[in-house]
Design a protein around this ligand. Structure first.
Ligand code: SAH
Ligand code: AVI
Length: 376
């Protein structure tokens, strides 16, 4: 694998509103009809977009109904009955949580987004030249800001790409798609409102693909979860398709600590917002003010751990689950891990999943890495 050092970070550009763009939407009406990934891996078919999408440049495929309320209910019941109470981090991202994450990306302490943006800016042309994609698929696309660097590179290379973002956050996905369509008049978007742990098969397209998973979101999985997830991603791809993975690298502990304990308190607000998500979806009575934000670096596991710590003993009622949850003073809910990687970890992780490493990109600061692999 070759290595490249990139230029220093630049300021990110702000998105701007655009007029409405013609759009077609399909909803999954019969989830049983859609093959579950675990049961039956799908080889995606070459072919046209679904009927409703013809003529429209944006097609939105809604896989998550009521924001996956049933799955949230199961996860909350299971997680809050554990001796170490836990909640899955994907539930941070209601509309407000997505906006908070976007604000985190601009924080001076949160170097991840700036560093990855600058790195991708430096290497996007090379990535596009190597992958030569016709479809650009993005897992957990959020505001799709870094995606622009790849779309720009694709345009420079004379391509007419289709962009296929998948995200659990419907509002953010739709807003980002509208903005992109305004800025890229030749772009087609097939957006999937879905959970990439369950709806990977919906990331359509049998054309040559570049799948990107940026922001070090892979670090929010445990090692076993990450291996399983990457294997599923690899199984979706055809030989010659490429995968670009962004990973936050192990570094000075104080830098890591500060990135998750910002002075403005945005990360604390983001962390506590998961309780509001549960309050609204499951008629729960969490008082967000009763919990402190706690984030620390566990050097042995090479991960930031984020918790919500009860200030005093109290109980919470979760109406939709008919469940009472007791908290001792100082007891925590573990809400997120954010693992930090080395280049060797990352390459080994890709190889275990069935990818052949193609390039490793890393800035002079060694703060963040981008690994490009291809399906073996
Ligand atoms: N890729 C962007 C956003 C990272 S934030 C970046 O690099 O800045 C994580 C994003 O993944 C959020 O937009 C969140 O809504 C989405 N997300 C988290 N878990 C998800 C899941 N299981 N399935 C689909 N999207 C998910
Ligand atoms: C999306 N994910 C990679 C972020 C991270 O850094 O783990 C989420 C986040 N949590 C706190 N701040 C940002």
């Amino acid at each position: 694998m070759q290595t490249l050092s990139a230029a220093p970070a630049r300021t990110r550009t702000q998105p701007h509103p655009t007029a409405g763009i013609e759009e077609a939407t399909t909803k999954s009406t019969n989830p049983a009809a859609a093959p579950r990934w675990r049961d039956k891996p799908l080889r995606l078919q070459r072919g046209p977009l679904p009927a409703g999408a013809r003529g429209a440049r944006l097609h939105v495929d809604v896989q998550l109904r009521s924001n996956g309320r049933a799955a949230l209910a199961r996860a909350v019941r299971r997680g809050l009955l554990l001796p170490q109470k836990m909640l899955p981090p994907k539930y941070f991202y209601d509309d407000y949580g997505s906006q908070l994450f976007d604000a985190i990306c601009d924080l001076p302490e949160y170097y991840l987004t700036r560093t990855e943006h600058a790195l991708l800016e430096a290497v996007a042309d090379e990535v596009v030249a190597l992958a030569a994609p016709r479809d650009l698929v993005e897992l957990g696309s959020g505001a799709s800001r870094k995606t622009r660097l790849l779309l720009d590179a694709l345009q420079r290379a004379g391509g007419r790409p289709r962009y296929v973002p998948i995200d659990v956050s419907e509002g953010m996905l739709r807003r980002s798609a509208q903005i992109l369509l305004g800025d890229y008049p030749r772009l087609q978007i097939h957006a999937v409102v879905g959970d990439y742990e369950r709806h990977l098969h919906c990331v359509r397209g049998g054309r040559r693909r570049l799948v990107v998973f940026l922001g070090s979101s892979i670090g929010n999985f445990t090692p076993d979860e990450a291996d399983r997830f990457l294997r599923r991603v690899a199984e979706q791809l055809n030989p010659g398709d490429h995968f670009l993975l962004g990973v936050d690298l192990v570094k000075d502990h104080a830098v890591l600590h500060a990135a998750y304990n910002d002075a403005a308190g945005v990360t604390a607000e983001f962390n506590r917002n998961i309780l509001q998500v549960i309050n609204r979806a499951l008629a729960a009575s969490f008082d967000t003010g009763a919990f402190d934000h706690v984030a620390f670096y566990n050097a042995e596991a090479a991960q930031i751990e984020m918790h919500l710590r009860a200030r005093a003993a109290h109980a919470v009622h979760i109406g939709a689950l008919d469940m009472r949850v007791a908290f001792a003073a100082g007891e925590t809910i573990h809400t997120e891990i954010s693992r930090k990687f080395t280049r060797d970890d990352t390459v080994a992780m890709l190889q275990r999943a069935g990818f052949e490493p193609v390039r490793w990109f890393e800035p002079a600061s060694h703060y963040f890495g981008l690994a490009l692999g291809t399906r073996q």
